[in-house]
Design a binder for this molecule. Structure first.
Ligand SMILES: NC(=O)c1ccc[n+]([C@@H]2O[C@H](COP(=O)([O-])OP(=O)(O)OC[C@H]3O[C@@H](n4cnc5c(N)ncnc54)[C@H](O)[C@@H]3O)[C@@H](O)[C@H]2O)c1
Length: 376
């Protein structure tokens, strides 16, 4: 079978391409080679047997060519950032999804399955429990709260204010608060509703924080692993925000490629969305100390009481639904760091730019100092 991988030159896309080729699929890649992800052009890791097209997934003429002659689609291209050009998120992530269905219906194409990349960002601040009011899906924390270094979530029910306990996020409720998260929630609605209406099976994959080799140094989403790894291998202390107790789940990109192909091939995944989460919930201090250990360094992280307004406190997904299809995490956090550090060491001219970026974030008030914390 020949399949189209949109965004196949990227981090998750290219590992998905490798797995598809290994399983005997013919692969066409459509990728814009976005400069902020690929400043040096087409990546060398893209195998020569891939049919490569450079172009925009939101361009109808290009998509008509890209869809011709394929029987399956992986929609992994996306605009990912924290900027305020909101319409770009909708164009690249949501409009591009509608375009797939528009062309399939207009041209009566024989597409057997579409797998799309969604995100844990569709959950916004995540899922919590209040001992008085049960399950809550709160909005983010306010600046006055963060200024007091009061990091944990409070119950939003009027007059309660009790501290909330984080619980694992299942697929039931999406509550995004960024343009990126909203564009992914809309992507899922477009995919599942149009898919059902025109009997084109779809699966949407809500990845947690994906890490591993080929994660672009220039992509805003390569965040913590890249920043901390570059600090640590250059013998500098990584800077942890808040109190370092915020929980996240991280997973290896090879586990994500396996989940993508599994849902593509298994009809039990049709018209469903799945969390694709990490092996365990991990707080930032443990994450950093594991990375320091794998890198073989003797460094103490700094915890100066900085915070970034808009960061979520705890977001950890449950992958129970996907596990019922036979998927499970094959790689630990140590495996992620080992593979990532090896890859970083193979790249020319990789620089630690954290100090520079920290200054910019402070000037723009993205990074702030809580008033109750000790200043460095
Ligand atoms: N990496 C993560 O932790 C993570 C987490 C949740 C969801 N996701 C989603 O997974 C998918 C893959 O992410 P990634 O980490 O591999 O990112 P990436 O930036 O490495 O790859 C995305 C690829 O899409 C291409 N692209 C961007 N806009 C395009 C356009 N308009 N037309 C054609 N190509 C375009 C880029 O050039 C890039 O090669 C994205 O949809 C992303 O939103 C990623």
């Amino acid at each position: 079978m020949k399949v189209l991988v949109k965004g196949g030159a990227g981090f998750i896309g290219s590992h998905t391409v490798d797995l598809l080729l290994k399983k005997g699929y013919e692969v066409r890649v459509l990728d814009l080679l976005q400069e902020r992800v690929h400043p040096f052009g087409k990546p060398k890791y893209l195998p020569s047997e891939v049919e490569f097209m450079q172009g925009d997934v939101a361009d109808k003429a290009i998509m008509e060519k890209a869809l011709s002659g394929v029987e399956g689609v992986f929609h992994l291209a996306a605009y990912q950032d924290y900027m305020t050009d909101f319409s770009n998120f909708i164009r690249a992530n949501t409009l591009s999804t509608a375009l797939i269905f528009e062309i399939i219906v207009e041209k009566k194409l024989n597409i057997k399955k579409i797998v799309s990349a969604s995100s844990q960002a569709t959950y916004g601040e995540g899922k919590y429990e209040c001992k008085n009011h049960g399950i809550q899906y709160p909005e983010g924390r306010t600046v006055p709260q963060l200024d007091k270094a009061d990091w944990e979530m409070h119950c939003p029910v009027n007059g309660c204010n009790e501290y909330l306990k984080p619980v694992l996020i299942d697929e039931a409720v999406m509550n995004p608060f960024t343009a990126y998260g909203i564009s992914k929630e809309a992507l899922e609605r477009v995919a599942h509703k149009l898919g059902r209406r025109y009997t084109i099976p779809t699966s949407c994959m809500r990845y947690s924080i994906v890490q591993g080799p080929r994660n672009s140094f220039f992509n805003a989403y390569s965040g913590v692993c890249r920043i901390f790894t570059l600090r640590i291998i250059n013998d500098k202390a990584p800077v942890i925000y808040e109190d370092g107790k915020q929980l996240r789940d991280y997973l290896h990109v090879l586990d994500v490629a396996a989940a993508n192909v599994l849902c593509f091939e298994d009809s039990r995944a049709d018209y469903e969305s799945f969390n694709v989460g990490g092996i365990a919930e991990t707080n930032l201090i443990d994450y950093t100390n594991t990375l320091i250990k794998v890198a073989g360094k003797n460094i103490e992280p700094l915890i100066p009481g900085y915070y970034r307004y808009g960061d979520t406190r705890h977001t950890v997904s449950s992958s129970e639904k996907l596990k019922k299809l036979g998927w499970k995490n094959q790689y630990t956090l140590e495996d992620i760091f080992r593979d990532y550090i090896k890859w970083v060491n193979e790249q020319p001219d990789v620089k630690d730019r954290y100090d520079e970026v920290e200054e910019i974030m402070k000037k723009q008030s993205v990074l702030r100092q809580s008033k109750s914390s000790v200043k460095l």
